[in-house]
Design a protein around this ligand. Structure first.
Ligand code: HEC
Ligand code: HEC
Ligand code: HEC
Ligand code: HEC
Ligand code: HEC
Ligand code: HEC
Length: 355
């Protein structure tokens, strides 16, 4: 636990009504005010009577009656505590975290600021205009009081002036897939891995032209999402290389192997010139595969699989530049992919391309 070990300042009242739950956390019945708020900033014992569990950051009290500034507050439980999913820097769990690890400018344990989202960064989101002048926090992306039906409490809004307007990312839990929802959390057990491990999260594709996940990321990175021919993706472009709807890499709207090319002059072009775009045969030949969306819910053999942001990036970050996943296809899978930190871009591209 970075903050506690570093300064000995942080140890919070942990008032969980039992850490083993089967559903959403920080929402409805699992929104436990005392996880994050303190009324007087002078608490002498925990709700179960234990005086040793209550130590505050002495620089408080804090606005909105929080126990600490937002990032520090969240990380008190979400960085190596064991009972809540670890989301910062090194992986202290025994599983591959779906979102990987965040970084910040002062703690580089292999997670440099160029390797994913950086807490407290004031930079503008690439491909967009948004920034937080006070520095990026957890609650720029996650609603602290939760949102029913919304995957990971990621923000959505009914307010048309809000950047998260209509950015729904619905999900299904408890072993039952529903193809009309965007995400399926496969795990049924109570361990954290069953809900937060990379193997437990699968992406449906209720609208084959769209990706709810890409659209959510596009709230800040506006230019990187959309369907073929959308202005953000390049419009209907007819340049030297002919007409193409993609001037940025597809993140929705096209299945792997859907458009067989006609060029026969590709080096290693495979299949008599038929596979110079993306190749389903190549994708399916790998034991270890990057995540894709499937309309039919068949991620293994489906012919309707489509890449999106999560195919290439860890949402929080990892130990590779841009939080990229370098996946060769065999070997032990880590948050960096099976090629780890010694991999390269090509290990990612060759998941789906023959070049
Ligand atoms: C007192 C400890 C504690 C604090 C403080 C805390 N969390 Fe959590 N959080 C948890 C636990 C425990 C879980 C997971 C429960 C489970 O699934 O077993 C969790 C789960 C989550 C989830 C996943 C929810 C889901 O259902 O998928 C998100 C997102 C999250 N926390 C964000 C935050 C943010 C943002 C903050 C700061 C504003 C924060 N947490 C502060 C304990 C805490
Ligand atoms: C996971 C941490 C967390 C939990 C649990 C939590 N809050 Fe909050 N709460 C926050 C954060 C962070 C803010 C500040 C939001 C901001 O600055 O935009 C906040 C702000 C507030 C505010 C100020 C108004 C607002 O929305 O900005 C009120 C009132 C409030 N919380 C009440 C509650 C109550 C009541 C509960 C229990 C039912 C609760 N909170 C549970 C983190 C939490
Ligand atoms: C609330 C706004 C916001 C949302 C939503 C958002 N980002 Fe970002 N993102 C930023 C900002 C700001 C930066 C630049 C600062 C930084 O690196 O954290 C950034 C940077 C990045 C970077 C570059 C990291 C680096 O080290 O160079 C990647 C990759 C990225 N985001 C991917 C994503 C993906 C994938 C999603 C959706 C899961 C997403 N972002 C959603 C704000 C956002
Ligand atoms: C730029 C947006 C962004 C920021 C900032 C961010 N998260 Fe997340 N977080 C996400 C997204 C998107 C996911 C879901 C990723 C997926 O499933 O592919 C996620 C997943 C999670 C999860 C589930 C665990 C996992 O590995 O999937 C927890 C818990 C969580 N975030 C907590 C936090 C906390 C605590 C902070 C601040 C310390 C934070 N997040 C900062 C976007 C963000
Ligand atoms: C096919 C893989 C792939 C997909 C899909 C993908 N990215 Fe990327 N992304 C990359 C690579 C590789 C880079 C490194 C820089 C580059 O090549 O442009 C990158 C860089 C970025 C950056 C940093 C750009 C900068 O200026 O520093 C952001 C932000 C980003 N991606 C966000 C996203 C978002 C959001 C999505 C989904 C809407 C997405 N990416 C989908 C591969 C991908
Ligand atoms: C998960 C699968 C997947 C991964 C990984 C992937 N791509 Fe793609 N890529 C696709 C799909 C699908 C298309 C759309 C091809 C089509 O039109 O059929 C595409 C299209 C492209 C195109 C445009 C083709 C055209 O004719 O317009 C280029 C260039 C490209 N990818 C490069 C890359 C590079 C470079 C990487 C590695 C950073 C990469 N891709 C990683 C699936 C992927």
């Amino acid at each position: 636990m970075r903050k506690i070990a570093a300064g000995g300042l942080f140890l919070f009242l942990l008032c969980l009504s039992g850490s083993a739950i089967a559903g959403d956390y920080h929402v409805n019945g699992y929104l436990i005010c005392s996880d994050c708020h303190t009324m007087h900033y002078s608490q002498r014992h925990s709700y179960s009577g234990d005086p040793t569990q209550v130590v505050y950051d002495p620089t408080g009290p804090f606005p909105k009656l929080l126990k600490a500034d937002v990032n520090y507050l969240c990380l008190a439980c979400h960085d190596g505590s064991g009972f809540a999913p670890d989301v910062f820097g090194s992986n202290t769990t025994s599983y591959v975290r779906q979102a990987g690890g965040l970084n910040d400018p002062t703690h580089d344990t292999g997670y440099g600021t160029y390797k994913g989202h950086t807490l407290s960064a004031t930079d503008t989101a690439p491909g967009g205009t948004w920034n937080n002048p006070n520095g990026l926090t957890c609650i720029d992306c996650h609603a602290p009081h939760g949102i029913t039906e919304q995957f990971r409490n990621l923000w959505t809004s009914d307010d048309s002036s809000d950047k998260f307007h209509n950015k729904h990312l619905t999900y299904m839990l408890d072993g039952q897939n529903d193809l009309t929802k965007d995400v399926f959390i496969v795990g049924t057990g109570f361990g954290l891995e069953s809900r937060y491990g990379a193997k437990s999260v699968k992406f449906n594709e209720p609208d084959p032209q769209k990706s709810a996940y890409a659209s959510w990321c596009g709230s800040c990175h506006e230019n990187f999402h959309g369907s073929g021919g959308d202005a953000s993706m390049g419009g209907a472009h007819g340049g030297d290389s002919g007409s193409t709807p993609w001037l940025r890499h597809p993140v929705a709207d096209v299945n792997i192997g859907q458009n067989l090319g006609s060029k026969s002059d590709q080096p290693m072009g495979g299949g008599g010139g038929g596979e110079d775009k993306s190749s389903l045969t190549v994708y399916q030949s790998h034991t270890n595969r990057v995540q894709v969306m499937s309309q039919s819910g068949d991620w293994t053999n489906g012919t309707d699989v489509t890449p999106s942001c999560f195919s290439c990036h860890k949402a929080h970050g990892n130990k590779n530049s841009f939080g990229l996943i370098f996946m060769r296809g065999t070997g032990t899978v880590t948050e960096e992919g099976d090629a780890g930190t010694t991999g390269a871009m090509v290990d990612l591209c060759r998941q789906c391309h023959v070049q």
